[in-house]
Unconditional design. Structure first.
Lengths: 615, 237
């Protein structure tokens, strides 16, 4: 009994931290309508900054708490700087750009943090005066955690006062509802938003700095917390403070007791909980139906064009690619094989985003599921390569069938969050189910059959399979299926009213895209000879988004060009530096800010303006 | 006679690629109520939004109280003393009546009447009874009153009033006309867009008639009432 009580209390302490971080995320989202991926980075840097300050000044209670406050304020200042430098330019952009742009910040911050504090985990000083524990029904419980438990409701109360009893809070709530009208009343929205980012990021920093006495400060803190905070915000209802508080409490308890019951799948439980809540209460526990329309159309305003002689060009490209082994060496062939595989991966995501307007933030799930499907068939059943390859799209397609049923029920940001959640579920299974998947060590020894073992042979196999799949995707885009998808993207309501079952088509697209990504994943596993959980992780999903975005959303050829450029950049440029995250992050931010139409879109823009001048 | 409070010349405005206004010119003198008349889609609302800086705009002349507005964003225009009352009301539904007023509050301005919530509750007695009520629980007429009161909290010297009588019950329309006359008596200048000739004639001194984004006719309200040709050409439905 007393053990359960202590477990519940430690759940409350977790909940307090979770609430501090997610309250910041939900406030920023409520006002700016941007889901700030970099929120976890402020938590992490807050912890690092807090660690440094506490090491220096934290021997006395005043020094300790002063350090925590200073770290929080510093994160607020950084958050305000990010608003001015980046977010301000993204308010009118599609959600995809906002998510990607802030993810670029995540990458940059990871490398800068490693540069400033080094790669080792840091253990911080315990809080002076709160080092001991007290006995609760004969069970020891850390005093510090008790303080944290009290801090959650205190911060909720203070935030409530701020938003309901001050002029600033009233203005923020007004701007949340109607930005334009608020500015027409003489309020500078830009300054208001900078203030909101200050507040939100300071809360993240506070959460981070408060962790220093409890756990090691690591470079992995950012993604871990931001994904959890997403879950809290989505479960609580996006933009709702009380909802975030409630959701934090529930998820804190779920984690505290989940670890007793299902120690292997603690991570899965949380995401399953979120999926269930979203199906039962689509806007979260305390969220409300959106009154405002989504900030911007999901992706596209220019119609997808087939291009003249597109078929001829594709055949010519295929011929050139097929002839490549005659001209280039093994290393180039390996690179080309990977490019072709990634092109299929990117094209499958493009089907969802470009045609369906469905921004998936977890597309790596299907790529990785395909890869793991193949690897598991080889490892546990001794399946030959053809069978294992056939299994890849099937397993990924089945996964997408289940996840898709949930995901297509929602659109826009909620869709992105749901896909992210499912990717995290699949990832955590691969990561935690040691006996089957090997966990972090992955599965090794996934090699092609003898007849395909040569670099050229495997390349041709890849080219044939990916070429076939790409041809199929392209046909789907210009078949009635593709038109129905685009109709649903541009106006769901109108498409419904002419008799198109939009959700059904989106579900089909989700499964098709998932299977195609799965095939790419299976081919990738045999190309590499191994699979690791990173294939399913968020950065892999982001890679796919970057490829699609690099190529440009409005063109069929875009994802192919994007995959090629991205992979060459990744293997030829970024491998030269230890700071590849920094480079990639800056590329992502630049793409989002400067080349929102991607390479192909940029080139055709140049061409048409050139033609226009000539005419 | 002193220079006009508001001078607009060669005003162009766009919604995305659509060119909505093509060379609107008008003036509002101090203490004057001017009605911007025209059919649905003529460009009345866009004219007011363009003056305010809420749509993409360009103007040969856009001067208010001696200052050039043409490069200013909406919140700066509002801070100079231009109050904007949108036709679709756009009250902050999650905020109470008092909080809505608080959002509109700006410091008092020389040369313009200074408002407090108490003075506004005296002007709109209905609102006084629902200070703590949220915007979601108000009738259309009450919302319209609140929108006007909220803008007045900014102590404007010029009011841009978009379709104040639209969609309101006849009794409320009469109250609204009475309110506009009171505001004029307090020294406010008003530019209002209106389709209803009877409402305009009840409150306005002068009228500007626009159609398809261009200015077609301008003159006193009495002249407009006497000119059947103009009314048939540009106003009759």
């Amino acid at each position: 009994m007393s053990f359960l009580l202590v477990q519940a209390l430690s759940g409350l302490a977790t909940a307090a931290t979770l609430f501090l971080v997610s309250s910041g995320l939900t406030i920023v989202f409520g006002v700016t309508r941007i889901v700030n991926f970099a929120h976890g980075s402020f938590y992490m840097v807050g912890a690092y900054a807090g660690w440094s300050l506490i090491e220096r000044f934290g021997a006395t209670p005043a020094g300790f708490w002063g350090s925590v406050a200073a770290a929080a304020l510093a994160m607020g200042v950084l958050g305000a700087a990010m608003e001015i430098g980046l977010l301000r330019r993204l308010y009118r952009s599609p959600e995809l750009f906002q998510l990607l742009g802030t993810f670029g910040v995540v990458l940059v911050v990871q490398d800068l943090t490693a540069w400033a504090w080094g790669p080792e985990d840091l253990l911080g000083r315990r809080a002076p005066g709160l080092k001991g524990s007290i006995d609760i029904l004969d069970q020891p419980f850390p005093l510090y955690d008790l303080v944290l438990i009290g801090l959650g409701p205190l911060v909720l109360g203070l935030l409530w006062l701020l938003f309901n009893r001050t002029r600033w809070g009233t203005l923020v709530r007004a701007a949340t509802q109607d930005r334009e009208m608020t500015s027409a009343l003489g309020v500078d929205p830009a300054r208001l938003f900078t203030g909101v980012l200050f507040l939100g990021c300071a809360l993240a920093g506070l959460g981070g700095a408060l962790q220093v006495p409890r756990e090691a400060v690591t470079l992995q803190m950012d993604m871990a917390i931001v994904v959890e905070a997403f879950v809290v915000v989505v479960v609580g209802g996006m933009g709702s403070l009380t909802g975030a508080f409630l959701a934090s409490l529930l998820i804190g308890q779920l984690q505290a007791f989940g670890i007793l019951v299902f120690p292997q799948i603690t991570l899965v439980i949380v995401f399953l909980f979120m999926a269930v809540v979203l199906v039962l209460r689509p806007h979260g526990l305390l969220g409300r139906a959106e009154e405002v329309p989504p900030t911007a159309p999901a992706a596209v305003t220019v119609p997808l064009s087939a291009g003249r002689h597109a078929g001829l060009w594709a055949l010519a490209l295929l011929a050139v690619l097929a002839a490549a082994p005659l001209a280039v060496g093994d290393y180039a062939l390996i690179l080309l094989t990977e490019v072709v595989i990634l092109a299929l991966f990117a094209a499958s995501l493009h089907l969802l985003i470009g045609l369906g307007g469905l921004v998936s933030f977890g597309h790596a799930a299907w790529f990785g599921l395909g890869a793991y499907g193949s690897a598991l068939l080889v490892k546990h059943l001794g399946a030959p390569m053809p069978l294992a390859l056939a299994g890849a799209p099937v397993l990924a397609g089945l996964g997408a069938l289940v996840a898709g049923w949930f995901c297509v029920r929602r659109s826009g940001l909620y869709f992105a969050m749901l896909t992210l959640a499912f990717a995290q579920i699949v990832w955590s299974v691969a990561f935690q189910w040691y006996a089957v998947t090997g966990g972090d060590n992955g599965i090794l020894g996934v090699w092609p059959s003898g007849w395909a073992a040569g670099k050229a042979a495997y390349y041709w196999l890849t080219l044939a399979l990916c070429g076939g799949a790409l041809g199929l995707l392209r046909r789907a885009a210009f078949a009635p299926f593709g038109y129905a998808l685009r109709a649903g993207r541009d106006s769901g309501l109108r498409a419904e009213s002419v008799g198109i079952d939009v959700r059904r088509f989106q579900w089909m697209a989700f499964v098709l895209a998932g299977s195609a990504a799965g095939l790419a994943g299976g081919l990738y596993a045999f190309a590499k000879g191994s699979v690791f959980p990173t294939l399913l992780a968020v950065p892999q999903s982001v890679d796919a988004l970057v490829m699609v975005l690099m190529g440009g959303l409005q063109t069929v050829a875009g994802p192919l060009a994007g995959a090629a450029v991205f992979h060459l950049l990744e293997s030829e440029v970024m491998s030269l530096t230890d700071w590849w995250r920094l480079v990639l992050g800056l590329i992502v931010v630049a793409l989002v800010l400067v080349f929102p139409k991607g390479i192909v879109g940029f080139l055709s823009g140049l061409r048409s303006s050139f033609n226009g001048r000539r005419a | 006679m002193s220079a006009p409070l508001l001078t607009v010349g060669g005003l162009q405005a766009w919604y995305g690629r659509a060119h909505i206004l093509d060379g609107i010119a008008l003036t509002v003198n101090r203490g004057e109520v001017v009605a911007l008349m025209g059919r649905n889609g003529a460009g009345k609302t866009t004219t007011l939004k363009a003056i305010m800086g809420l749509v993409e705009r360009r103007a040969a002349t856009l001067r208010f109280d001696g200052r050039d507005l043409s490069a200013l964003p909406a919140h700066r225009v509002a801070r100079l003393g231009v109050g904007y009352v949108p036709e679709d009301r756009r009250i902050f539904a999650d905020l109470t009546v008092e909080e809505n007023l608080e959002v509109g509050r700006q410091p008092p301005r020389p040369g313009a009447p200074a408002w407090t919530p108490e003075k506004l509750f005296a002007l709109f007695p209905n609102l006084a009874e629902m200070r703590g009520r949220r915007g979601t629980r108000m009738s259309g007429g009450e919302q319209q009153m609140l929108t006007l009161a909220r803008t007045l909290m900014g102590n404007p010297s010029l009011l841009l009033l978009d379709e104040p009588s639209e969609g309101l019950a006849p009794l409320i329309v009469r109250q609204m006309a009475e309110a506009v006359r009171r505001l004029k008596a307090e020294g406010l200048s008003v530019l209002l867009s209106e389709q209803s000739l009877s409402f305009a004639s009840a409150v306005a001194d002068r009228a500007c008639v626009i159609e398809t984004g261009r200015l077609r006719w301008t003159g006193t309200m009495a002249e407009l009432m006497a000119d059947d040709g103009v009314r048939t050409a540009y106003l009759a439905v």
